[in-house]
Design a protein around this ligand. Sequence first.
Ligand SMILES: Cc1ncc(COP(=O)(O)O)c(C=O)c1O
Length: 386
Amino acid sequence: MLSSTLHDITASEEQFQLATYKKMPIAAERGEGVWLYASNGDKYLDLYGGHAVAGTGHCHPHVVKAIREQAGQLLFYSNLVYSEARARAAEKLASIAPVDDMKIFFCNSGTEANENAMRMARMSTRREKIITFSGGFHGRTADAISATFLGKYRELGKPNVPGHLEAEFGNIESVRALADDTVAAIMLEPIQSMAGVRMAQPEFYAALRELCNERGIVLIYDEVQTGVGRTGAWFFAHNNVSAPDIITLAKALGSGVPVGACLVTKAIASHIKENDLGTTFGGGMLAMAAVTATLEAIENDDMLANVRRVESYLRNRMREVEQVKAVRGLGFLLGIEFHDKAAPIHQQLLERKIITGTSSDANVLRLLPPLCLREEHVELLVDALS
Ligand SMILES: Cc1ncc(COP(=O)(O)O)c(C=O)c1O
């Protein structure tokens, strides 16, 4: 049985769970907006957004209300029936997509969205190979981990799915050299988050689109982190880049209720037939209510404009912090690059009750805060760093 002390909770979790995560010494109990409250009463500023999931902030009242109402009405029924909750979520998501008439496939997670995106690319091109990039992370199921050329992850997925090719992020010539007529898709995180928040030059995204058009290759943006408002637009694909053929989403899409989605163009959709894809829980009513309410909350609270304004404020303030070398990224997917190692800074911020994220770049601290973060919260970070 759990009791409320951090020590007891820790001991109990460790007794009954596999130790697959290095955890912070926090027993999370309650959340509100940018704040996370621990069971011992401590209050943390959450600049990590619960792993990039709490886009609308913790327990946004509009989302909580929608989930509560849906839970009392119908928790779940599969895709074998129609549902108003699903119809509303799909319509709302399609209405904000970067391309008109995109179709949606709902699933449960980021890795599952990517698996299905790659499968649809193979089905629609009748080709097999997939090009992804060094430093990209796409998930931990077989095909997605095989597409992940970041650190040790791909090794963990051995034996890997064949046909995955690695290109250099930002280097169009490295892609061109691999992109022959056996390649079904090029998939990328438009901002490589875990690799340390790396972005390519604008020309790179445009050149990828051109190359895909020229060679009949499907372009997939893995927007599991960059999607749903994080960059200050609904999708990275709205930031003056030519739109991809498929966008994958998860993380912030349900404000914490597990849900993933693939958005696909009409042209790709025309190749997908009944029973080609499926997943029991995809499109369940509880998740669908969460999706609609999440998108409405972002809209109602004007969070996209907030992200752009507060990003600019944060960048200005960080220029005044001596240890900060540069700020990478876009919107609220930011990498603070320090002159020294980021791990001790992450630890010291935690002691000052500020949660941030590390990355595979030892000098970069990642910020993935809720989209409702304000200037006064940035000041708390600046104070702590100073
Ligand atoms: C860019 C990206 N793609 C895919 C995934 C996998 O998502 P999930 O953990 O929901 O399977 C992640 C998870 O961190 C991610 O950051």
